[in-house]
Design a protein around this ligand. Structure first.
Ligand SMILES: Cc1cc2nc3c(=O)[nH]c(=O)nc-3n(C[C@H](O)[C@H](O)[C@H](O)COP(=O)(O)OP(=O)(O)OC[C@H]3O[C@@H](n4cnc5c(N)ncnc54)[C@H](O)[C@@H]3O)c2cc1C
Length: 367
């Protein structure tokens, strides 16, 4: 099996790049261990700066709720601001499936239900076949076996490890249905969670917590959620309005907030594999799609003789485009995961313009 480009991972980043390259006439293998549709841990808030890419693909998200406002909830204080454009609430079950199918209909070849076990700059070995490629792209997300195989530096960092948890809910009968146009962010010690609407009247509650808070819970997310409900009155009031519509919690591989390189041993990285923005910004999926748009011309020039130039220029452009956004996201997350500090900051009665300022710092203008 021989292709121009093998893309390892069919999340929002991998599927976007596969569609773009296939439309340019490249032969593309799009590899994923899952079959679609499939669920995935995520806040499922799709930032408005991702929407032009989907529109360009002709993908219509009008059945997903528009989200126009954000409310930050501390222990004693709240803060609300408007988004400059409407974002969307959409489950990963739906979005990743739509994007994957779009990539295949654009001409990429599907290699789903395959776990990749080895990858180098010109080859991917799956549990079923070997795929030779002129360029290999890593789109395997925030944490994968290849990060260890490639000896990436962030893997050794044990002090910045976080874990995510998510579950879908419906508003209980007779309870207040939370305003569909709103995303709420709740603070708790060493973590935070978001509550946002998704398609079909559902609500997603998804959080992130530092690993140090999970000792004693033995991997039981219901036990951890009970603990934060006991600690934070507002969280308890919020949870009491919902009943789960999914059997259990989904949780994540470790999320490590450290810099990553956009090209590693000749493999072009996109999406979370190339750098992780703090989830509180709700722009990880947008960044994954944007990094695919950014990578496309460099992958194409790597198919020609100019491979070294393409790698160097992509690395540079990626840093220029994303590094500051990632730094800003960590500053805001620092505040949100310290409820007392957040209350003190909100006591200064920040104007809505502060929220808008931070939004601009964590998002791209030109998409
Ligand atoms: C708690 C939390 C909340 C979040 N909330 C939001 C939010 O509200 N909005 C937002 O925009 N972002 C959010 N994010 C971030 C978002 O989930 C990611 O940024 C986004 O999924 C990155 O997309 P990707 O395409 O890079 O990787 P992924 O979506 O992770 O896709 C990677 C794909 O690679 C496949 N794969 C991995 N290893 C292999 C292998 N060995 N063989 C074959 N296939 C493989 C996986 O099956 C997967 O389909 C959140 C993240 C966390 C942790």
């Amino acid at each position: 099996m021989e292709v121009d480009v093998a893309i390892l991972g069919a999340g929002p980043g991998g599927s976007t790049l596969a569609a773009l390259l296939a439309r340019r006439g490249c032969s593309v293998a799009l590899i994923d261990r899952d079959t679609f549709p499939r669920d995935k841990l995520c806040g499922e808030f799709l930032s408005y700066d991702a929407l032009p890419i989907l529109e360009q693909f002709g993908i219509d998200l009008h059945d997903s709720p528009a989200i126009t406002r954000c409310r930050v909830i501390g222990r004693r204080r709240k803060y609300e601001f408007e988004f400059p454009k409407a974002a969307r609430g959409i489950s990963r079950l739906l979005l990743d499936d739509v994007l994957f199918r779009h990539a295949i209909s654009a001409g990429a070849q599907s290699f789903d239900a395959r776990t990749a076990v080895a990858a180098s700059r010109n080859r991917v070995q799956t549990d079923r076949e070997e795929i030779a490629a002129r360029v290999v792209v890593g789109a395997w997300g925030r944490w994968g076996r290849f990060d260890q195989q490639l000896d990436r530096e962030f893997v050794r960092d044990r002090s910045h490890r976080y874990f995510g948890f998510k579950r879908h809910y419906v508003a209980g009968s007779g309870w207040r249905v939370v305003d569909g146009g709103l995303i709420e962010l709740y603070s708790f010690d060493r973590g935070y969670l978001g509550v946002s609407p998704i398609e079909n009247g559902g609500t997603n509650i998804c959080g992130l917590v530092h690993a140090s808070r999970l000792t004693g819970h033995k991997g039981r997310w219901d036990s951890f959620v009970d603990e934060i409900r006991r600690e934070e009155r507002q969280l308890d009031a919020m949870y009491s309005q919902y009943q789960p519509s999914q059997e259990g919690f989904l949780s994540s591989e470790p999320v490590i907030f450290r810099g990553k390189s956009a090209v590693e041993q000749g493999i072009f990285m996109i999406g979370d594999a190339s750098g992780i923005i703090d989830p509180l910004t709700g722009s990880g999926m947008a960044m994954a799609m944007q990094s695919a748009v950014l990578a496309e011309p460099y992958v194409i020039s790597a198919l020609s003789a100019k491979r070294d130039d393409a790698e160097r220029e992509y690395r540079h452009r990626h840093r220029e485009f994303f590094a500051a956004r990632i730094r800003w996201s960590r500053r805001v997350a620092f505040l949100l995961s310290r409820p007392a500090l957040l209350d003190a900051a909100l006591a200064t009665r920040p104007r809505p313009a502060i929220g808008e300022f931070l939004l601009r710092r964590t998002r791209a203008d030109q998409f």
